[in-house]
Design a protein. Structure first.
Ligand code: ZN
Ligand code: ZN
Length: 520
């Protein structure tokens, strides 16, 4: 019976029918109590009724979809064999979706809170049954060193008193309300600041020999790097190649850009006390530049308070992206867009939802972060490895893959795109690097990608880059920079606050300190 429904599911893959079909499939093939517990525990199914029968098939199916999305599986809403494997995988015991941020989350990486300083102590209390304490200390030190440069952090080992981060091997019920479960499944968990404890399940066979095929030995270093991320304040990421992905994966070789951005956002703040001198300074310009750039942090809102129709205030927000299209300024934030014919003048009828303007864009696209106007006047929206091209009258013409822009296949998204008025080339940016593309010959210029540091004095990654009245502007967080194509660096009077210069927002005292440049 189940497999018959499954065939039907595949056949009827659209609209309401598929919802009904999935629901029936869940009824035919319901989750076990253990599987329901898993979904509750990791935040996919709301805690509530203790009797699982009171969950509707619909809500279970939605939870399965969330779980599939987080794990990077096709979101069928059905407990297929691939999905069921997740219940058995080795993983971290920390929740994937915090109920507070379940809906309002917009970044892929999620942060909780930092230590509020860059000097942090740690202590290893014991070794495991299979790993000596001295080896654990070495591996923890190596794991901390992976994170340190991205937050400008200094870690000091202490031996005789309470440390910020304490590392313990323990098993089963160990008094913190999150008992371990014997060999396999949950292998470790850690608590964010100001708690900072990291617990490793001593029922695992811990080793330091990363080999994915080795089902018996769990690689301590891989798990430690992940748990340190929690102890520094990061939550789980649904990006499989990030260290903060909740399921066990080896080997861990380097941090993903999401991990790095999360760390920067937590620790590279102007008001954060510096670590003492002896800290190894990093050469990375990303770190130096980003530290100049505060971002608005929005208060966490409970799910019940979320209002789908709430329109962000252009004066107090970040911007997903900004672009000039048909000589007008387009601003995107969440599902909304504003159009301005000139600075500070919002056109009538805005904001409106961008889906109303760009019809044909799939509904799963909830934000627009990368958009540009081609030289032929077409408008291209990038999302992941795909792009959607619209005519100048906003009609969908085609959907394509970014590989058509001769971007290497391993690049999973472009974060900013713009056509320079200086050389008519298209700049395609992926966080820290960019390519230069020639639309006339449809070829990539040689010598690319280059590092974003080539745009001197401009912080990166940038949220947006535009050409406005002959000048090049870069935007990041609430500020922007004007780039001088002759000096090949940002003008000295920048950054300036975006809201007060571009949008009709009242000047604040803080802003007046910057208002020395009359040129723009
Ligand atoms: Zn975790
Ligand atoms: Zn614990």
């Amino acid at each position: 019976m189940s497999s018959w429904w499954c065939v039907l599911c595949t056949l009827v893959a659209v609209g309401l029918s598929s919802v009904i079909c999935r629901t029936i499939f869940i009824e035919e093939n319901p989750p076990t109590p253990e599987e329901l517990n898993f979904m509750k525990r990791y935040g996919y199914l709301l805690e509530g009724p203790s009797d699982e029968k009171t969950y509707t098939s619909q809500s279970v199916s939605e939870s399965v979809k969330k779980m599939q999305q987080f794990a990077g599986l096709p979101q069928t809403g059905v407990l297929d064999p691939e999905t069921r494997k997740l219940f058995k995988k080795r993983r971290c015991g920390v929740k994937d979706i915090e109920s507070k941020t379940a809906k309002s989350r917009r970044r892929r990486y999620v942060i909780q809170q930092s230590w509020g300083r860059r000097s942090i102590s740690y202590r290893v209390l014991n070794g495991s049954s299979t790993l000596k304490k001295s080896r654990v200390e070495e591996l923890i030190a190596a794991g901390l060193a992976v994170w340190a440069p991205h937050g400008g952090l200094r870690f000091d080992a202490v031996d005789d008193h309470k440390a910020d981060i304490e590392v313990t091997f323990t098993s089963r019920d160990h008094g913190d309300g999150f008992p371990f479960d014997g060999p396999g499944r949950v292998v470790a968990h850690a608590f964010p600041p100001p708690h900072g404890s990291m617990h490793f399940d001593d029922d695992e066979l811990w080793g330091d020999n990363p080999d994915e095929d080795n089902e018996d030995v769990t690689d301590f270093f891989a798990v430690a790097v992940h748990e340190i991320g929690h102890a520094l304040g990061l939550s789980h990421s649904n990006v499989k190649s990030s260290v903060m992905y909740p399921y066990y994966q080896v080997p861990v070789e380097k941090l993903h850009i999401d991990d790095i951005l999360g760390m920067q956002e937590l620790y590279l703040k102007d008001d954060m006390p510096q670590a003492p001198e002896t800290v190894e300074s990093t050469e990375s310009t990303v770190v130096k530049h980003s530290s100049l750039v505060p971002r608005f942090t929005k208060p966490d809102r409970g799910e019940e308070e979320l209002d789908e129709d709430e329109i962000p205030d252009l004066c107090f927000t970040n911007y997903d992206t900004i672009q000039v299209i048909q000589n007008k300024i387009f601003v995107f934030e969440e599902e909304w867009m504003w159009v301005l014919s000139k600075r500070k003048q919002i056109d009538e009828g805005y904001p409106r939802r961008f889906h109303e303007a760009f019809r044909g864009l799939p509904p799963y696209i909830k934000v627009i972060k990368t958009i540009y106007e081609k030289r032929n006047g077409h408008i291209v929206i990038f999302h992941g490895r795909s792009f959607w091209e619209f005519s100048s009258r906003f009609r969908l013409i085609k959907r394509g893959r970014i590989s058509e822009y001769r971007i290497p296949p391993k690049v999973s998204e472009l974060t900013t795109a713009f056509v320079s008025n200086y050389n008519n080339k298209t700049y395609l940016i992926e966080y820290e690097r960019f390519w230069r593309f020639d639309e006339a010959t449809w070829t990539m210029d040689s010598g690319y990608p280059k590092e974003m540091s080539a745009w001197r004095q401009v912080p990166y990654p940038v949220d947006a880059a535009i050409i406005w009245q002959g000048d090049t502007f870069f935007f990041r967080g609430p500020r922007f920079w004007r780039f001088d194509n002759n000096l090949i660096q940002a003008h000295e009077y920048y950054p300036l606050p975006t809201a007060q210069i571009w949008f009709p927002c009242e000047e604040t005292d803080d802003m007046m300190r910057y208002a020395t440049n009359e040129e723009i």
